[in-house]
Design a binder for this molecule. Structure first.
Ligand code: UDP
Ligand code: MG
Length: 338
């Protein structure tokens, strides 16, 4: 079925195709249930065709086998298996690239984002929203520490970066085809999907939902990985840390000037002088510290530039099931088997 772009009024031609992209990494404990709930929810939406794109991000458990079974039983299932673990953001990109839908939903495999919210996102889309993002009203089963770090992170990135990411949103969202295409047109390697989607603009609307606890398995985002994601987000969307060097330079020279004035005044007016190595040592250490911090910041940007100029592929695929060989948008013409 070929669909024209939805009319500008936001209406959608009958029988739109929705793709749901589900990144999975070691999710054997939940994936069956996830599939059951996704399929049940989407079947209940009138006038909707859908495909479920599961991206296996190099799982070490039985996830891929389970996905193969799902695909055998259900022609709406597509499975994209990456050659190793590339990380959540890359897995999402890989899935988006293969999604054929007029709209695409991103959802975690662990049922923390309830599939039952998708019909409401679809409703927003039908009324003209280009992005309908899940807004968490409550989070069950997450530690206070995780909640606190998450909210601190959004505050920091919104202050530093030149975009604004709504507080308390995660990856759970519906995107119109034009937003997906814009997202895929961004070639960078450090992919931070929610910031990149915020950057695209268009009409973005929140859909409040209650974030559940993980039904099984455990989080793959321990603190260290969260911190890396946060730094990625800031460095790829903001030059503010680079400016920090300048400000620290002004601060250090200001302090030094004040010190010089103090020493001179003391010497000229009172014939006393400041003695001792301690002050000297403190000044040297302070300056050394400032310089190292600035070098570190330069290094962070330089490292990223190095990563970008190598132009390696973002990910490698080891297996595709349920897609036609042409992949992408063209495959909606094909029967869903290989
Ligand atoms: N995930 C992935 N690759 C990874 C880590 C996670 O594809 O390297 C998937 C994971 O299977 C889940 C989603 O990304 O569907 C979110 O991961 P998780 O639930 O561990 O993160 P949290 O909800 O704790 O932030
Ligand atoms: Mg989770």
């Amino acid at each position: 079925m070929i669909l024209n772009d939805p009319p500008p009024s936001g209406g959608v031609a009958p029988r739109a195709l929705l793709s749901v992209v589900v990144p999975c990494f070691d999710e054997e404990a939940v994936i069956g249930e996830t599939h059951r709930r996704l399929a049940a929810t989407l079947e209940a939406v009138p006038g909707l065709d859908f495909e479920l794109v599961y991206v296996d991000d190099g799982s070490r458990d039985a996830t891929l086998n389970l996905l193969r079974e799902l695909q055998r039983a259900d022609a709406r299932v597509r499975v994209l298996a990456l050659s190793r673990n590339f990380g959540h953001e890359i897995a999402v990109t890989a899935g988006l690239k293969c999604a054929a839908g007029d709209a695409v939903v991103l959802i975690d495999a662990d049922l923390q984002d309830p599939p039952e919210v998708i019909p409401e996102m679809l409703e927003r889309w039908r009324r003209g929203a280009d992005v309908a993002y899940g807004l968490r009203t409550e989070r069950d089963g997450e530690t206070r520490f995780k909640r606190w770090t998450a909210s601190a992170f959004y505050r920091v990135i919104n202050r530093l970066a030149d975009i604004s990411i709504p507080l308390d949103t995660g990856g759970f969202r519906l995107m119109d085809r034009k937003v997906v295409d814009a997202f895929l047109a961004m070639p960078e390697r450090d992919r931070f999907a929610r910031a990149m989607v915020a950057w695209t603009g268009f009409r973005q609307e929140p859909v409040p939902y209650r974030r559940a606890a993980r039904t099984a398995g455990e989080t793959k985002y321990p603190f260290g990985k969260m911190l890396r994601l946060a730094i990625d987000g800031i460095v790829s969307f903001s030059l503010a840390p680079l400016r920090l060097a300048t400000w620290l330079g002004f601060l250090a020279s200001g302090l030094a000037l004040a010190g010089i004035a103090y020493v001179l005044v003391l010497r000229l007016l009172t014939a006393a002088w400041v003695s001792g190595w301690a002050s000297l040592l403190v000044a040297v250490l302070f300056l050394g510290g400032v310089q190292l911090i600035c070098l570190g910041i330069l290094g962070a940007y330089l490292g990223r530039i190095y990563g970008e100029v190598k132009r390696r592929p973002l990910y490698l695929v080891k297996e595709r099931l349920g897609f036609s060989l042409t992949g992408g948008r063209a495959m909606r013409e094909e029967p869903a088997d290989e």
